[in-house]
Design a protein around this ligand. Structure first.
Ligand code: AMP
Ligand code: ZN
Length: 462
């Protein structure tokens, strides 16, 4: 079945065609590890995980690479302000390296709690400085750089289609206030590939380079590490929508300048999680909530995953505890209903093709998880499907949802109740309706109820 994805580059929903049959090369911009991930950040990673799971569901191999940003990301995305790692170190009275280690581990714990599959490769920027230097050298020898004020800049005027991803209006935006913040930029859109000591003398992380001791700009890490692990051309690149106008635009400029050809085929961006009056959740605004904050208030991380799946990734999502309560209730109801589906021991069951297809179509349609969840509820509530048919569908769906639905323990029904149920079934076969009714009552008095299904029955606690 075709997979259709909304490509930010073309603004169209396109049929996915891999570079190599059966294989997806996927890159995700990882977290800047100077603080805990907030639940807005985690939306971007649950989205990337769902995308990957959809490909796995469709039988693809997924080569997934995610970076960890531990250098070069300044407090302003466009090269001014302080390095975020230094900000974290100052805030906590630790070294930058301690900050990086601590928050990287915390990020991995959050991903595990949310059942996000580990990428095939997770790579730290500071362990790939040589790759970045090599790439800057290529960009330089292709004539796309200049040196000013001690920094190596990317010269955006040399690239005729600079800004194509965000459809930036280059003339109209020339007056952006950021011009003044860096007098060495020839053009407000130019960005730093390498900072030298000249500019940041006290920067804790510094490396030798052909341009002097210093550290890389933020954007070059993703171009350098993706090409190291996925090659100079790959299928899909993901991130949050804030990356469109600056970070991803600059990643494209650098990569296409270095390689001399188009770089990534599909760009996918997830929308923001907002709070209050539509304010973006962000560390700099100080309005952020972590997964731990939610756990402290009694929410399971998978309640949050369910909550995220209930909205399409391209729609802004307004966070509120009331909405999260709704997700928690839905999860409780799901767990309780699924725990009552009796597992028939008599071998495997034929999967219901029609409902499986309905689910498959929903997820292949640009990851329509709200529609896929509606199919899940249709299955759970069906009075036509047997318990075993329901369980086999739910197990399949959970390969994409990852809500732990396939691991819910079924409550075992006591032997005396099962015996009564078997007798009732025999009575019905023999058309002894009164006897069948009596047995139903007896079961009911013991606190259980019998649900007749197409090819049998199930028993559940009342
Ligand atoms: P950063 O650590 O700033 O590089 O951000 C990590 C990821 O979180 C990026 O993909 C961002 O686009 C994404 N992100 C940041 N804030 C939000 C938010 N409020 N809602 C959803 N995604 C966000
Ligand atoms: Zn990136």
């Amino acid at each position: 079945m075709e997979i259709r994805l909304n490509n930010t580059m073309t603004r169209e929903k396109e049929v996915f065609r891999p570079l190599e049959p059966g294989e997806v090369k996927l890159y995700t911009c990882g977290l800047t590890v100077y603080n805990f991930a907030h639940i807005g950040n985690l939306r971007a990673y649950v989205f990337a995980d769902t995308l990957k799971r959809v490909f796995l569901f469709n039988g693809y191999n997924v080569n997934h690479v995610m970076n960890i940003t531990d250098v070069g990301h300044l407090t302003d995305d466009e090269d001014s302000g302080e390095d975020k790692m230094e900000e974290g170190a100052r805030r906590e009275g630790k070294t930058v390296w301690e900050i990086v280690d601590f928050y990287t581990q915390a990020f991995f714990k959050d991903m595990e709690k949310l059942r996000i599959l580990l990428p095939t490769t997770t790579c730290r920027a500071t362990r790939h400085i040589d790759d970045m230097i090599e790439m800057i050298k290529k960009i330089e020898s292709n004539g796309f750089t200049y040196i000013a004020g001690g920094n190596v800049y990317f010269d955006t005027s040399k690239l005729p289609d600079y800004g194509k991803l965000g459809r930036l209006k280059l003339d109209g935006e020339k007056t952006r206030s950021r011009v003044e913040s860096d007098p060495y930029k020839r053009n407000p859109f130019d960005f730093v590939l390498w900072f030298t000591r000249y500019k940041y003398e006290n920067h804790a992380m510094q490396w030798d380079s052909p341009w002097g001791k210093g550290f890389p700009g933020w954007h070059i890490e993703c171009s350098a590490m993706s090409s190291r692990y996925l090659g100079e051309r790959f299928d899909i690149h993901t991130g949050g929508i804030d990356h469109i106008p600056v970070h991803h635009t600059n990643e494209i400029a650098q990569s296409e300048a270095a390689f001399g050809h188009e770089w990534v085929n599909y760009w996918l961006h997830s929308e923001f999680l907002v709070i209050g009056e539509g304010e973006k959740m962000s560390k700099s605004l100080g309005n952020f909530i972590t997964l731990q904050t939610l756990a402290d208030s009694g929410y399971d991380p998978l309640d949050y995953r369910y909550y995220l799946l209930g909205a399409h990734y391209r729609k802004q999502l307004a966070f509120s505890l009331e909405a999260l309560d709704g997700a928690r209730n839905a999860m409780r109801k799901l767990r309780s209903r699924i725990s009552q589906f009796a597992e028939d021991s008599e071998g495997s069951v034929e999967i219901n093709r029609e409902l499986l297809e309905e689910f498959h179509e929903a997820i292949n349609d640009d990851l329509n998880t709200p529609r896929a969840l509606a199919v899940l509820w249709k299955v759970v509530d069906s009075d036509k499907l047997t318990s075993m048919e329901k369980l086999s569908l739910i197990n399949e769906f959970d390969r994409v949802f990852a809500l732990g639905l396939s691991e819910i323990e079924r409550e075992s029904v006591p032997e005396d109740i099962q015996e009564l149920a078997r007798d009732r079934s025999k009575a019905r076969e023999n058309r002894q309706w009164d006897r069948a009714d009596e047995l139903r009552k007896a079961i009911s008095e013991k606190g259980y109820e019998i649900l007749d299904e197409r090819d049998g029955y199930s028993i559940r606690k009342k």
